[in-house]
Design a protein around this ligand. Sequence first.
Ligand SMILES: Cc1cc2nc3c(=O)[nH]c(=O)nc-3n(C[C@H](O)[C@H](O)[C@H](O)COP(=O)(O)OP(=O)(O)OC[C@H]3O[C@@H](n4cnc5c(N)ncnc54)[C@H](O)[C@@H]3O)c2cc1C
Length: 470
Amino acid sequence: MKFHPVTAPIIESLKKILEPSRVIVDKDTLENYAHDETPLYHTLPEVVVKPVSTDEVSRIMELAHEHVIPVTPRCGGTSLSGGAVPLRGGIVLSLELMDRIKEIDEKNFMAVVEPGVITEQFDKELARHGLFFPPDPVSSDSCMIGGNVAECAGGPRAMKYGVTKNYVVGIEVVLADGTVQKYGGKLLKNVTGYDIIDLIVGSEGTLAVITEVTVRVLSRPRYIVALLIPFMSIEDASEFTLQVLRQGISPAAIEFMDGEAYRLVQKYLGRTLPHYEAGTHIIVELDGDEHERIRQQYDTTGEIALRCGALDVYVGETSKDKIRIWEARKKMSDALKAETSPIAREDLVVPKDKIPRLITRLKTHVQSYDACLYAFGHLGDGNIHADIAARKHEHPDQATIMKLRKEIYEITVSLGGTITAEHGVGLSKIGFLSLAVSSEQIELMKRIKMAFDKKGILNPGKIFPGGDRT
Ligand SMILES: Cc1cc2nc3c(=O)[nH]c(=O)nc-3n(C[C@H](O)[C@H](O)[C@H](O)COP(=O)(O)OP(=O)(O)OC[C@H]3O[C@@H](n4cnc5c(N)ncnc54)[C@H](O)[C@@H]3O)c2cc1C
């Protein structure tokens, strides 16, 4: 399908749907919507619109559908797969002003929210009711619920609590032609026909625009303790993780930072961090309602760590100490951005016992490209983030980067893993989908896309290639 440009009459029509101040065409503002947090991707949209209601979204989609104009839905713009980049120009549909928490239903442990609610704000509001929303992407201070649902975001706590799809029980969407549909509700069980909710969660803005979400929430744990444990090697850290789980302890999170990545944060912060010489740093978070039980669990966890060769065990019980323990992990992205020149930012997942092999093989592999691998992420569920940076701050050419990335994915798949765990295929992994999914499966996915969006106007060029300009 050929797309049409956003002409002056289309802008006038948009200004009849929305207040004119929410139809944006000035170049400086468009620039803010030309990229997300993925390095190297940038395309200017022709217009940004900011609806405040489902009805406005519906009318915008109707107009775009009639005139075959590409639409990129967007919330916080923190995607790490180029998902929010308006590859074919057209309209960026920013849901940032649809930011109401419509209901917190304490009796049913449910909440109804609009897509533009910032994830951390949502959790803060829930805390006032003694509740919490477990999915906790590290970007939670700037990403939004709509983006979390569209990417099926995870985060450190996923190892105990699961990812976003485990919490979405109801959804309101606007389809490509402007039709509004609702699925599910405040229901914990629902097998009425195909599970369209699960199809839309993680669909990266390619099937429908999410305008309202009903999520399950949990009772907030009363105690949280964080442990920082340096090990000499990732092998020791991995053995520690397996032994903790075998002991029947269920940490909310087991995060890791490899030595090089940790030392990079140290450089960025400009001060000495504990045991900076270690090969791997682990953060364990334990949560629960009984203080004594948590204390027993962290004692046992500490003993296991020391038996597995830990250099030390730091325990954080107060807010101040917990913030200090998490600091290096939370600052990792900023440090990588400031101190390196990334050529790829990967989100790999393997069965968790394969993590040491994956990291060792990747580190050896990137050396032949004169590149460096900074690995960190969610050891507890086998999901590592690997930033690859050129050693000399000089980017290799695009063909070399693509070759290196392909080889990285082949290593990951050969270990039983896949090319993205929580960041999505988006734009950045589009050429590599067939390494992890068969051609028959890709065909089926394309047929699903067609069933939702015949003209292919929703986030074209994401997950698989699509659409061109007239
Ligand atoms: C420092 C940092 C740390 C991160 N840590 C994590 C982490 O721990 N776990 C994790 O999973 N991710 C993480 N991410 C990635 C990112 O934050 C998540 O993918 C997040 O869910 C994106 O939300 P957003 O609101 O920013 O979405 P956006 O970037 O705006 O959009 C993401 C995708 O969703 C689509 N979309 C957005 N809104 C809608 C909507 N209303 N309807 C339909 N489609 C929509 C877009 O088209 C795009 O494809 C991190 C990113 C950064 C920069």
